[in-house]
Design a protein around this ligand. Structure first.
Ligand code: GLU
Length: 472
């Protein structure tokens, strides 16, 4: 049988790391087996579902390179099909109408709780034959088996067993005529020929209900794999604070989709102690058996580490393309400075994110009006006379370069240092502040070379003027 998996988000909230990891695992499993990956939008909760969120989820999946072969299917467009099955089930008695009022259900529940029972539907309407009691609203309930067990082998957690006594006759169609989650999922998985259901562990309790429904419909039961939870680094359930944020927030923060995917892959799955996986490797090595049973913990440091690895290993033109977006976000006009590939080479070893590169690179493209005050106080004024002398010397040496190359710049800087005046250490920091405005920059010689001759000279002059006009 051809492998077919699906990702079926509810558009009630954006795609965050948990959902993205589930989507990745489903996608990888399909790709690994030459199968198909279906996208299904579970939007029957009309109050909480939003079309713009479905669109954003798809944008985010595209950003992560998680392409789908079928869909998007929207459950709200399949209501006719669900209703047809519900009517069929009513006819063959595998479902029944329940007219119990909320008041009655409350009384039953309170009684059950008072006698130490787990609240459940007591089957009151199971054998009622009056069809369509006039003007009384009803729901449709599934006639769950009374006896026996539902046993399935979860690909991650092993054999899971539920007693049918624990599962009451759950509602498959609400009084407003809308089918419920457990019902729609089953009909969709059946109609879409899903072979492997890979989803969050929060759905384990739904699985026996869905299996019973599938059995009542004499349908094939898919294989299930429930992926464990992700916790924040403090061991608590993920919240906005931890990263339960829309995945494109990671884009905004300067992460590459490849790094995030690699991170999500390893967050709960392993292959020996290998940390870095190309997209191709992921697709050939992924197995459900190697997914961990235990919950995973977010670790931002590791994501940063991976991102830096990817910044330095993917083709510079690709990184430059991604960096361009961040330069635009930072309102930096890249016409006025070095090409972005050069920035990637310059900053790759220092920065963990593309945003960090964009934020630090502004001085290559724009003149700055102010210096980082602390840096200026320390490196311009603490050793005022020496600084002034050294800046004048380096100005002359840089000005005399005829052929502006990195080795020439390096020589000019080093020959300006004077051992009696503290050597290169007395020159480097004041020069860095003069050229960049702050203490943050890649290697000084490469920075000056990239800033260019005329601009560097102007900035040294400007620093000398500043020193003359200020007194700290
Ligand atoms: N729509 C469900 C959710 O977003 C997923 C259901 C499923 O995968 O079966 O949690």
């Amino acid at each position: 049988m051809k492998v077919k998996t699906r990702f079926s988000p509810s558009p009630t909230g954006n795609l965050h790391v948990g959902g993205a990891r589930t989507a990745l695992y489903s996608w990888l499993f399909a790709r690994r087996h030459g199968g198909q990956f279906v996208l299904r939008i579970e939007d029957t909760d009309l109050q909480r579902s939003h079309k713009n969120i479905s669109d954003e989820i798809m944008d985010d999946m595209r950003w992560l390179h998680l392409d789908w072969d079928e869909g998007p299917y929207y459950q709200t467009k399949r209501l006719e099909r669900y209703n047809a099955v519900i009517h069929q089930m009513l006819r063959d008695n595998s479902a029944y109408k329940c007219y119990c009022s909320k008041k009655r259900l409350d009384v039953v529940r309170k009684k059950q709780m008072a006698t130490g029972q787990k609240p459940h539907y007591d089957g009151h309407c199971r054998e009622r034959n009056e069809d369509n009691i006039k003007n009384t609203a009803y729901v449709v309930r599934f006639r769950n088996p009374d006896e026996g067990f539902v046993i399935f082998e979860d690909q991650i957690h092993g054999v899971i067993k539920f007693s049918n006594k624990e599962l009451d006759d759950f509602i498959i169609c609400r009084s407003d005529g809308l089918p419920t989650y457990n019902f729609c999922v089953v009909i969709d998985d059946l109609d879409m020929h899903i072979t492997h259901v890979i989803r969050g562990a929060d759905h384990i309790n739904n699985t026996p209900r869905q299996i019973n429904l599938l059995q009542a419909l004499r349908a094939h039961i898919p294989t299930y794999a429930h992926v464990s939870m992700i916790f924040g680094s403090d061991g608590k359930k993920l919240s906005k604070r931890h990263g339960s944020i829309r995945v494109t927030q990671y884009k905004k923060e300067g992460y590459l989709p490849e790094a995030l995917l690699n991170y999500l892959l390893r967050l709960g799955w392993s292959h020996g102690d290998q940390e870095i996986f190309s997209m191709n490797e992921m697709q050939t090595l992924f197995t459900l058996e190697a997914i961990s049973k235990s919950p995973s913990t977010m670790n931002l440091k590791k994501l940063q580490w991976l991102n830096q690895k990817y910044i330095n290993s993917l083709p510079p033109t690709y990184i430059a393309k991604n960096l361009q977006w961040h330069m635009e976000q930072a309102n930096i006009n890249i016409i006025n400075g070095p090409c972005l590939e050069d920035l990637v080479t310059l900053f790759g070893k220092r920065c963990h994110t593309l945003k960090e590169i964009a934020d630090t690179a502004r001085f290559f493209y724009e003149e700055f009006n102010d210096y980082d005050l602390e840096a200026a106080k320390k490196y311009f004024f603490e050793n005022l006379d020496v600084t002034r002398r050294l800046l004048r010397v380096v100005y002359t040496n840089l000005a005399s370069i005829i052929n502006w190359t990195l080795p020439e710049v390096r020589v000019a800087i080093h020959s300006s240092a004077n051992d009696q005046l503290g050597g290169i250490r007395s020159l480097a920091m004041p020069l860095r502040v003069a050229i960049t405005g702050s203490l943050q920059s890649p290697a000084l010689d490469a920075t000056i070379y990239t800033v260019g001759q005329q601009r560097s000279l102007t900035r040294i002059n400007k620093a000398l003027l500043y020193i003359q006009q200020h007194d700290y």
